[in-house]
Design a protein around this ligand. Structure first.
Ligand code: PMP
Length: 379
C-alpha cells in the first residue's frame, strides 16, 4: 500500500468509525440488536437466579415457563390454533427433509414435491430415499431469460399424493410463491427463509417447518408447526422416538434436552416482534425494504435481478453486476462501508442481499446509497 492509499484508508476508517455494520447474510443471519443486547445483559444472571439460562435444567419450572411463553408468543404472532402442535426441535431444516418422508411415505404412498430451486430440490431428493416422489419441476425461464415459476395450471399433478411439499421462499434463487398451491393431500411448506415475514393462514397448512437461523434465532433449532390430524396419517413404526412428531408433541419437544439457548433467544425475538407490531408490521416493512432495493437494481442495466417480477422474493434478493470483474471490488468496498454478507451463493455467484426481519430500513437505505455511489464510480 502506498502513502496516499494509506491516507485514503485512514480517512475512510475515521468516517466510518461510528457507523453500524449491516449484515445481509442469508443465514445464519443478523439477529435484532436489542435481542443480542438483552441476551448479553442477562448472560451471567438470568432472572435473578445468579446463573445463565444456558446452565439451568430444561425440566425446571423457570425454563418450562420460558418455553411455554415462547410457544404462546409464536402462536399469537402467527395466529396458530390448537389444532396445530408447535415443536421446537433440534437440528436444521435439512433434518425435516428426512423426517417428513420417513413419517409419511410408507406403503407405496406418493409425496408430491414442487421444485423451483436448490432447497426444494434437496427436499425432493431426500424424500426419494424413503418412498415414491412425484416431482413437479416448476422452474422455467420467461421470454426475457428471467427465472420464473411455471403457471400452476400447467403442473402435472399426482392426484393421489399423500402430501404436497413446496418452498414458499427459495433462499438461493431469491424466488417467492405469491400463492399457496392447492393440495388434495397434506400441504407442507419449508418456510425457513420467510417465516414471520408476512401474514399466512396457518390453518391452510398441515405442516410448516423453518430452520431458526434466519427469522427466528440462532442455528441449531427448527420449528415445526404440525396439524394434529396429520399424526393419524403418519407411520412411526420403526422410527427412533426423537423423530416421532406425535411423541415430540406429547412431550412438549422435550423427549431429550432441547436446544435450550436457541429456544431462549427465539423467545426474545418473538417478544421483539410483538413489541414492533407483529407479523403485519414485518410484512409492511418487507414490502418497503424489498421495493427500495429492487427499484435501485432496476434504475438501469448496471445491476440486474434475474427473476420474473411476479416471483421475486422479499427476503433474499440476488443481483448481478453488468461487469463480472467488478464483483470483488464491490464486495471489498461494501465491507469498507460496513455492509457485509453480500456475496451471492457459491452456486449462482453475483451478489445477494437478505432482508430478514432484523434488517432495518436504515440498513437497506445504506445499501442502496452504496450501490448508487458504486455505480457512479464504475458505471
Ligand atoms: N430450506 C431453506 C429454504 C433454506 O434456506 C435452508 C438453509 N439456508 C435450508 C432448508 C437448510 O437449512 P439447514 O442448513 O438449517 O438444514
Amino acid at each position: 500500500m502506498n502513502f496516499l492509499e494509506m491516507l485514503r484508508k485512514m480517512a475512510l476508517a475515521r468516517k466510518t468509525m461510528n457507523k453500524p455494520t449491516f449484515n445481509f447474510c442469508a443465514g445464519p443471519a443478523a439477529l435484532p440488536k436489542p435481542v443480542l443486547a438483552q441476551a448479553q445483559a442477562e448472560l451471567l444472571d438470568w432472572h435473578g437466579l445468579g446463573i445463565s439460562v444456558m446452565e439451568i435444567s430444561h425440566r425446571s419450572a423457570e425454563y418450562k415457563a420460558l418455553a411455554e411463553k415462547a410457544e404462546a408468543s409464536l402462536r399469537a404472532l402467527m395466529n396458530i390454533g390448537d389444532e396445530h402442535a408447535v415443536l421446537f426441535l433440534h437440528g436444521g431444516a435439512t433434518h425435516q427433509f428426512s423426517n417428513i418422508p420417513m413419517s409419511l411415505l410408507g406403503q407405496g404412498a406418493i409425496g408430491e414435491y414442487i421444485t423451483n430451486g436448490m432447497w426444494s430440490k434437496k427436499a425432493a431428493v431426500e424424500g426419494a430415499r424413503f418412498g415414491n416422489v412425484h416431482e413437479i419441476d416448476a422452474l422455467s425461464l420467461d421470454a426475457e431469460g428471467n427465472r420464473s415459476i411455471v403457471d400452476a395450471d400447467n403442473w402435472r399433478r399426482a392426484e393421489s399424493a399423500i402430501f404436497t411439499h413446496y418452498t414458499p421462499n427459495e433462499t438461493i434463487e431469491g424466488m417467492r410463491f405469491a400463492f399457496a398451491p392447492e393440495s388434495k393431500g397434506a400441504l407442507i411448506a419449508d418456510m425457513s427463509s420467510c417465516i414471520l415475514s408476512e401474514k399466512i393462514d396457518v390453518s391452510a397448512f398441515d405442516l410448516i417447518y423453518a430452520g431458526a437461523q434466519k427469522n427466528i434465532g440462532p442455528a441449531g433449532m427448527t420449528i415445526v408447526i404440525v396439524k394434529r390430524d396429520l399424526f393419524e396419517k403418519m407411520s412411526f413404526d420403526g422410527l427412533p422416538k426423537v423423530f416421532n412428531y406425535r411423541e415430540q408433541a406429547k412431550h412438549g419437544s422435550m423427549i431429550n434436552t432441547p436446544p435450550t439457548y436457541a429456544w431462549y433467544l427465539a423467545s426474545l425475538v418473538f417478544d421483539w416482534l410483538i413489541e414492533l407490531g407483529g407479523v403485519a408490521e414485518m410484512e409492511r416493512r418487507s414490502h418497503l425494504k424489498s421495493s427500495m432495493l429492487y427499484q435501485c437494481i432496476e434504475e438501469d442495466d448496471f445491476y440486474r435481478n434475474p427473476i420474473a417480477t411476479a416471483d421475486r422474493s422479499m427476503m433474499n434478493i440476488p443481483f448481478i453486476l453488468k461487469d463480472d470483474s467488478l464483483n470483488p471490488i464491490f464486495i471489498e468496498q461494501a465491507r469498507e462501508a460496513h455492509l457485509v454478507g453480500l456475496e451471492g451463493h457459491r452456486s449462482v455467484g453475483g451478489m445477494r442481499a437478505s432482508l430478514y426481519n432484523s434488517m432495518s430500513l436504515e440498513g437497506v437505505q445504506a445499501l442502496v446509497d452504496f450501490m448508487r455511489t458504486f455505480k457512479r464510480q464504475f458505471g
